[in-house]
Design a protein around this ligand. Structure first.
Ligand code: ASP
Length: 381
């Protein structure tokens, strides 16, 4: 194995170093990759669009019901995302999210209300399950937009948000396992492909009394530190549109690190006259292309949501023109919803590293379902 810096190695664990990159002819042309049943010219409304975990946790169902009942579009998508934030089995969002390096769960979120173009955001918020609601409170109760760290946590307390310990027992044990195995993240010791590497993780997991049924999942969290996050965009029958993005950020992040998710213009952007763009995946690469805003700007210029999301991904690829091999070390997804109900979602890679199934997103336009994402590049395992 070639020598990688600790950072490259850590990213490689997440993305599967050794994966062969195939930049097919399809990949070069946005709009040519597979994209499920995306409507070309507007769809039914209401429509709710979200990352795949929105389907599993009931977010798209709740958001759709609230839109259909005539609720404000922002209240509807936040109500959806609250289901994911409250769900301890999603360890990438809200309660039960995996903590930072020091074992502290810090949450990020932003919201944007299309009809008024108002927005709010919080970063590195502690002790509160629902950063999306705190972001909305920032929007509703202040003339400012983005609160972080101790200030955000105090603000949530002041406005009566219940103070809870966000670190579930499961997340704590996974973090302890990560901490004990950190020395495996350099090039010393048994390699990823060696049986000893896995055996060592299994032994440590047993010693930490991670129940057998949960052990496999915990070990995978160490081998593939998760990216997760939920982004949820909703348009009602009148064409009013809003969005929210909420996350616990990249697992085991350096304390204080905030990614793209709470950044208006990166993790989310909504223009009430055009549409909404959201993102999940490696935040650092999204920030460098201001993805949420760029998606919306491309739609404003007349691009279909599908062309818009693929073009933003091409900009990410362009940023790596000097070292294209590093693209395989991460993944990033964009979601676009136009005010007429047309939607699309695309991801850099056809499927998550080490998996055989395509990455999927959630949509509800009367039928709640998962669809395969469009993609720019294919992995060859
Ligand atoms: N975008 C999030 C971040 O960078 C992580 C993710 O979506 O998995 O914090």
């Amino acid at each position: 194995m070639s020598k990688l810096s600790r950072r490259e190695f850590a990213a490689g664990l997440a993305a599967g170093v050794g994966t062969t990159v195939v930049l097919g002819a399809e990949a070069a042309r946005p709009g040519a990759a597979a994209a499920g049943r995306t409507q070309p010219n507007g769809g039914k409304r209401p429509v709710v669009l979200a990352s795949g975990n929105g389907f599993r946790t009931g977010a798209t169902q709740t958001a759709y019901e609230r839109l259909a009942a005539g609720d404000d579009t922002l209240d509807a998508v936040i109500a959806g995302v609250n289901r994911t934030e409250d769900d301890p089995t999603d360890d990438t969002v809200g309660y039960g999210g995996l903590p930072n390096e020091q074992g502290v769960v810090q949450l990020d979120a932003c919201v944007m209300h299309g009809p008024s173009n108002r927005c709010g955001a919080v970063g590195a918020l502690e002790n509160c399950k629902n950063p999306s609601l705190v972001a909305k409170a920032v929007m509703d109760h202040t003339d400012e937009i983005f609160f972080v760290g101790a200030g955000a946590t105090q603000f949530a307390k002041d406005y009566g948000f219940p103070q809870v310990d966000l670190l579930t027992d499961h997340a704590r044990r996974v973090w302890l396992l990560w901490r004990e195995t950190r020395s495996l993240k350099d090039s010393w010791g048994p390699g990823l492909d060696s049986p000893e590497f896995r055996k060592k993780l299994e032994a440590r997991a047993r010693r930490l009394r991670i129940p057998e049924a949960e052990r496999e999942r915990a070990i995978n969290r160490i081998l593939n530190p998760p990216t997760g996050t939920i982004t949820c965009l909703g348009v009602n029958a009148r064409g009013e549109i809003s969005g929210v993005t909420s996350t616990s950020g990249i697992a085991f992040k350096i304390p204080g690190r905030v990614g793209d998710s709470p950044l208006i213009g990166a993790g989310l952007f909504v223009d009430g006259e055009v549409g909404a763009g959201g993102s999940t995946g490696r935040g650092e690469e999204n920030i460098r292309v201001a993805g949420g805003h760029t998606v919306v700007e491309l739609m404003r210029q007349g691009k279909h949501p599908r062309e818009a999301v693929l073009e933003v991904l091409q900009r990410v690829v362009h940023n790596f023109r000097a070292f294209p091999d590093r693209l395989k070390l991460f993944d990033l997804s964009f979601y676009a919803l136009r005010v007429d109900g047309a939607y699309a979602a695309a991801t850099l890679w056809d499927r998550p590293a080490g998996e055989t199934q395509p990455r999927q997103f959630a949509v509800h336009d009367g039928v709640n379902r998962l669809e395969n994402m469009a993609y720019l590049m294919r992995r060859e395992s």
